[in-house]
Design a protein around this ligand. Structure first.
Ligand code: 4AD
Ligand code: MG
Length: 477
């Protein structure tokens, strides 16, 4: 007798075979029908129990959440709703789930409640669908790059540099916080720390990624990223996963082409390979939308929205054009923006990004050539001396999903910029040497993986698309 996953059984063409299946009880009705799920698919398999043949004590142990091993015969289903079911011959209880206390009962739970039960929420349909999609997206990311000549590089988690220059880093230290070694001026002496210098968790693998692109040609990183920004929003995590491709000999246009093709590629993959989960999440979203006031409802069902992205070109707009549009927009004139747009140079807030994408262009937008002042030091300076070859991709309902740029490859210009921003050349001596030896035009971008999962699943809070979210004041589990 062989053990099968429920996914295999539900698509099996061989009925009347003896099978073993393991899983968790979703429901147990009328002492007769067990709906069993093992995570292999959204769907449950119905297991039919002839209760006269089973010990009453055993049947009492079967309730929602219990883990079972079931042996039986796969037969054509007599009832509606499924093609096959299992006529049960034996049941072994791996572990019971006390119905008095087991929190995941077969009823609707709020996402907020489930966040507090993050260790059990994966047993709900919503979370299993989201996490299977997350896994498929992760596979699609690797597949896309591997099929397009990119090498996967593992950049370090612990680093001494602040790539984004935002200073929002988690310190890594083994010093005794109560009694750290001090310098004569009273500051902490990090030379005595584990690495002999100040270190932190990485905010981006880009700078190390650049070194590998300047040898392997095209690389990508896909790793955990940490930001100690105190942003308690539905789009920010303190620990998230970022995908960062970096390509030698790519200018900004080639970079934008790649980013657009990449996003379309991974979304096409899930449209093709996650149909059941997508249909379930689409329906879930439609039910949820019904509860919302009409103006807050999204215009397209989930699958249509994903197809719209894969089938249409992203709109490319310069920062300068975007500022003109925003300046003259209705919400700006009517003072509806929290941050009014008065002049060129203003940093765009998510209200502005969402206006451009959702109201004005009604499609994904790639904004490029931002003012140097509001972007990181490594972006290539344009001829005008005031803008840099930056690009952000803005998505409906999400805002910024990608941030990238062509990199400054000219040693003298880069040194100049670092000086202006007070970045110590000694800290980044190796980064500068890339510009000294065989420097070349190169570009890359970073895509926040959870923002992609958020978009692809139609969920609305980033805490619900990562298994164990880390946010300010929250690192449970
Ligand atoms: O725009 P960011 O800060 O860009 C970089 O880190 C560059 N080094 C990338 C590169 O050029 N290689 O971050 C890139 C993306 C954002 O567009 C967003 O999708 C995501 O990372 N992101 C976050 N996602 C979740 N929580 C946060 N706190 C995030 N911060 C950025
Ligand atoms: Mg950014």
């Amino acid at each position: 007798m062989n053990t099968y996953s429920i996914k295999e059984l539900l698509s099996s063409k061989h009925i009347l075979q003896e099978v073993i299946v393991n899983g968790w009880v979703k429901t147990f009705r009328s002492n007769r029908f067990i709906a069993l799920n093992d995570g292999s698919t959204l769907h449950n398999i119905q297991c039919v129990v002839d209760f006269e043949n089973f010990d009453e004590g055993l049947l009492k142990k079967i309730s929602t959440g219990a883990a079972l091993k079931i042996k039986g015969t796969l037969v054509e289903s007599q009832g509606k709703g499924q093609n096959v079911e299992i006529q049960v011959t034996s049941i072994e209880v791996h572990g019971e789930a006390d119905p008095e206390t087991y929190p995941i009962q077969p009823k609707k739970h709020t996402l907020e409640f489930l966040r507090e039960k993050a260790h059990l929420r994966i047993r709900t349909n919503t979370f299993s669908a989201v996490m299977r999609m997350r896994s498929a997206l992760s596979f699609a990311v690797h597949q896309y790059f591997q099929q397009n000549g990119f090498y996967h590089v593992h950049t370090p988690i612990v680093t001494g540099s602040d790539a984004e220059g935002a200073g929002e880093m988690f310190r890594v230290s083994t010093l005794d916080p109560k009694n750290p070694p001090l310098n004569e001026d009273g500051s902490i002496n990090y030379q005595e720390d584990f690495f002999g210098k100040e270190t932190n968790l990485t905010v981006s693998g880009q700078l190390e990624g650049e070194t590998y692109a300047m040898g392997l040609g095209k690389i990508y990183t896909f790793g955990p990223t940490f930001r100690a920004e105190n942003s308690n929003t539905s789009r920010h995590l303190a620990e998230f996963w970022m995908i960062e491709p970096e390509m030698a000999f790519y200018d900004l246009d080639a970079n934008m082409d790649l980013a657009e093709d990449f996003i379309k590629g991974v979304l096409s993959y899930i449209l093709e390979n996650c149909k059941d989960d997508l249909e379930f999440l689409e329906k879930r979203l439609l039910d949820e939308e019904k509860m919302k006031p009409a103006i807050e409802r999204s215009e397209m069902p989930l699958i249509e929205k994903l197809k719209f992205i894969t089938e249409n070109n992203f709109k490319r707009v310069s920062y300068t054009e975007a500022i003109d549009i925003l300046k003259n927009s209705k919400p700006n004139k009517k003072k509806k923006f929290k941050y009014p747009i008065n002049e060129w140079g203003a940093d765009l807030q998510s209200e502005h990004e969402r206006f451009l994408v959702e109201k004005h262009f009604k499609c994904p937008v790639i904004l490029f050539d931002y003012p140097a002042k509001i972007k990181a030091f490594y972006m290539r300076l344009n001829e005008d001396g005031k803008t840099v070859r930056a690009m952000d991709i803005l998505f409906p309902g999400i805002g910024e999903i990608v941030g990238g740029s062509q990199r400054e490859e000219r040693l003298d210009v880069l040194k100049e910029k670092m000086k202006a921003l007070d970045i110590d050349e000694k800290e980044l001596w190796w980064y500068l040497e890339l510009r000294k030896y065989g420097s070349a035009v190169h570009s890359g971008f970073g895509l926040g993986f959870e923002r992609l999962v958020l978009f692809a699943t139609g969920m609305s809070n980033i805490r619900d698309v990562i298994p164990f979210p880390r946010t300010p004041q929250n690192a449970e589990f």
